[in-house]
Ligand binder design. Structure first.
Ligand SMILES: *Cc1c(COP(=O)(O)O)cnc(C)c1O
Length: 387
């Protein structure tokens, strides 16, 4: 049995007729960039995220969402932005692209998210923003730092590219990923939990002045067409993506719920197969509703050997991310060294993402867990028997 790392066809097949109708509707209007489809989708996102109606701004990608957010806080060359070294490149790339200085803080080994306890220690007079990532679909507990940052006039920008729909639950309220800080950034890259049929992204702010500015910045800084208040970029969401995403948004909760069931079942399977000695399963930390964009386990030893074994059996696994950002060649100028962020560095050696997506079957999950058990437990038993 082969198990792909991701099979988008499975969830797409459910909604194929709806998507086709939406695409035909856009073709009939021949309006392809921004316009009514994008406005409708933005409004539906605002409703889903429980934000004011005009707080969502569609743009061309998650990377651009980060770039626009940092432009909207007037990030200047030399300004420092505190972020995590264990994330997709775009998080730190957007900071550096504007001349900002990424200042890394190591991650919490359990949640893989930035260690919130150490963020405040890294603040200097040059700190303009903190940019945490809700990695793999689980939120960073921002409530611990948000008031302190506000007091100091430091912006809080969330990279929620992997966490559309993730929440933290409190007795009196729910915090939604991307809506806790000043600005939230989302990606609609096809592989994300809410993914389009091409690139797309969204940047949101409940502060109307910031949202209005973001809306200008995405069209070359023009408040009125051909009249430029400031220098922006071209980063617009197109109507086809918006029409498609609008349909997928209606299914998002159900798909995220399915991912949660898959995660539960993996946990059960790993336990049933006696794998705890070899593999640490990811945990949903206190207060979180994890939406499992990725299901990444930690393999304490022989990860690469295990990966080769699984790939040989047709089971696809991946490493997100194999090299911490502070050790990337392009960031050498920042002056970091191996050993600076031991948790992040260790994760990149141990982490392994398993298939997790709507439509993944229990039999496929069993095949994954039993194959891992075959590698560790059964091979171990064999070598014991013959030694
Ligand atoms: C995907 C992703 C991005 C970038 O989104 P794109 O739409 O691919 O530009 C940024 N940050 C994180 C954490 C991501 O996973």
């Amino acid at each position: 049995m082969t198990v792909p790392i991701l099979d988008l066809k499975r969830s797409f097949n459910e909604i194929h007729p709806e998507i086709s109708a939406a695409v035909e509707r856009v073709f009939a209007t021949q309006g392809f960039v921004l316009g009514r489809e994008v406005e409708l989708f933005e409004r539906h996102c605002a409703k889903y995220l429980e934000l004011p109606e005009d707080s969502c701004v569609g743009c061309a990608s998650g990377t651009d969402a980060l770039l626009l957010a940092l432009m909207a806080i007037d990030l200047k060359p030399g300004d420092e932005v505190i972020t995590t070294p264990f994330t997709f490149f775009a998080t730190a790339g957007a900071i550096a692209r504007l001349g900002g200085v990424p200042v890394f803080v190591d991650v919490d080994p359990e949640s893989y998210n930035i260690d919130i306890q150490h963020v405040m220690d890294k603040i200097t007079p040059k700190t303009r923003a903190v940019l945490p990532v809700h990695l793999f679909g689980q939120m960073t507990p921002l409530e611990e730092i948000a008031p302190k940052l506000k007091e100091r006039g430091i912006a809080l920008i969330e990279d929620a590219a992997q966490a559309f729909g993730a929440v933290r639950v409190f007795p009196d309220r729910i915090d939604r990923a991307g809506t806790v800080g000043d600005i939230g950034c989302y990606s609609f890259f096809p592989t994300k939990n809410l993914g389009g049929c091409g690139d797309g992204g969204m940047v949101v702010s409940k502060d109307k002045a910031i949202a209005d500015r973001l809306r200008r910045l995405r069209v070359h800084g023009a408040g009125k067409t051909y009249f430029h208040d400031e220098i922006g970029i071209n980063s617009r969401l197109d109507a086809l993506q918006a029409a498609i995403l609008d349909i997928k948004l209606r299914h998002l909760d159900e798909w995220n719920e399915e991912r949660r069931k898959i995660a539960e079942f993996y946990k059960l399977l790993f336990k049933a197969n006696g794998l705890h000695e070899y593999v640490t399963v990811p945990e949903e930390t206190a207060g979180n509703v994890h939406i499992w964009h990725q299901y990444s386990v930690r393999v304490k030893e022989r990860r690469d050997e295990l990966m080769a074994f699984l790939e040989g059996k047709g089971i696809a696994v991946r490493v997100y991310y194999p090299l911490s950002l502070h050790l990337q060649p392009c960031f050498r100028y920042l002056g970091y060294h191996e050993g600076d962020f031991p948790q992040s560095e260790r994760l990149s050696l141990e982490i392994m993402a398993l298939p997790v997506y709507p439509g993944l079957t229990e039999d496929e999950q069993k095949e994954v867990a039993e194959s891992i058990a075959e590698f560790f437990v059964k091979q171990g038993e064999k070598s014991q028997r013959y030694s």
